[in-house]
Ligand binder design. Structure first.
Ligand SMILES: [Zn+2]
Length: 345
């Protein structure tokens, strides 16, 4: 096992907000290294330098956690793309890459597991066995390569999330377990999101909350409810898209001609950096402990969020100073301020 930092995730959370950053799969797809559709992180083996570069960009922009790119690097998904034989190497390599970059700064490394599409509540006993085996093998390799904690995310089913939590706890690692919130107000196995988080917390999760699917506007109200009833740490990692009460998830967004925008037509709905900065401020104000970003995330958002949290990060060296623009000058800065004022009202 690689030598780990003394200050783990729980120590950091005790001291204040921890900033995360995700969206590796979406961003590396945009950069031409991952195939949309299966969304398997083959890039880990095929272009490791591309993965390291994105880790590094998030690190420079303020992320305190390098999340190993093992999202969908599980047995079921690798079977779909005919790379089942690469399973172990892909998982180990992803954790190694995260570690290499984490050491360039002061970041933690998170092992990562997610929904498997193998869990079936109608056949819970048999499917749980399959899911558990996938999590055990992935996290077993991750632990050997060196991780500080585990993020289990985009959980559609509370039942599947509880299996992940059990496996993480067996390994005696801090557990962050977050739910997908694709449906209106409950998991696919029928638990209200708030109740599901409470059950996860009662079962020993250290950090609970939501990630992916919802943008700032439609995620915050649920996170606020979760925060008000949960005593453990709370995480919020929205997607940077303009979802709202009518179209609460990025899967529900429709283009002008009525087409589903997810996942390849989403650009017109992107939030700007000020909106994501505003999310970070609001999340901090309501007591969210782990603040990040998910699919669609990119370094300029992460930096804007870090600065909204009062931090100066390595990439702040190149943060905008529009007064120095020869033509636009201070007018742009004013425009931004006006925009923010409008947006908040
Ligand atoms: Zn996501």
């Amino acid at each position: 096992m690689s030598s780990r930092t003394n200050r783990g995730i729980l120590d950091r959370l005790k001291k204040g907000v921890v900033q995360g950053a995700e969206g590796y799969v979406f961003e590396l797809e945009r950069r031409g290294y991952i195939k949309a559709g299966p969304y398997v992180p083959e890039v880990v083996l095929d272009f490791p330098e591309a993965v390291k570069e994105l880790h590094r960009e998030f690190l420079r922009a303020g992320s305190e956690v390098m999340v190993a790119l093992t999202y969908y690097a599980h047995r079921e998904k690798l079977k779909d793309v005919g790379r089942e034989n690469d399973l172990e190497f892909m998982n180990r390599q992803a954790v190694r890459l995260a570690n290499e970059v984490a050491r360039e700064g002061d970041a933690l490394v998170a092992g990562n597991i997610c929904n498997t599409w193998a869990y079936d509540p109608q056949n819970a006993q048999a499917s749980s066995k399959i899911v558990r085996a996938m999590y055990e093998e992935q996290l077993g390799w991750a632990l050997e390569e060196g991780i500080d904690f585990v993020i289990s995310e985009t959980n559609d089913y509370l039942g599947e999330a509880l299996i992940a939590l059990e496996v993480i706890k067996q390994l005696k690692l801090p557990a962050m377990v977050t739910l997908a919130s694709v449906q209106h107000d409950q998991t696919r196995d029928g638990y209200d999101y708030v109740e599901a988080c409470k059950i996860l917390a009662d079962h020993g999760a250290d950090i609970v909350g939501l990630n992916c699917d919802r943008g700032p506007e439609s995620m915050l109200p649920i996170i606020e409810k979760i925060r008000s009833v949960i005593s453990c740490y709370v995480a919020a990692q929205p997607v940077p898209y303009k979802t709202n009460a009518q179209f609460p998830t990025f899967e529900s967004l429709r283009s002008g001609s009525g087409e589903q925008a997810f996942p390849l037509l989403l650009e017109p709905f992107l939030c700007n950096r000020f909106e994501m900065a505003d999310f970070a401020r609001k999340a901090q104000a309501i007591g969210v402990n782990y603040i990040g970003i998910c699919c669609g995330g990119a370094p300029h958002y992460v930096r804007a969020m870090a600065e909204a949290l009062g931090r100066t990060v390595p990439a702040s060296k190149y943060s905008p100073v529009m007064e120095l623009h020869p033509v636009l000058g201070a007018r742009v800065e004013e425009k931004h301020k006006e925009f923010l004022a409008d947006w908040k009202s």
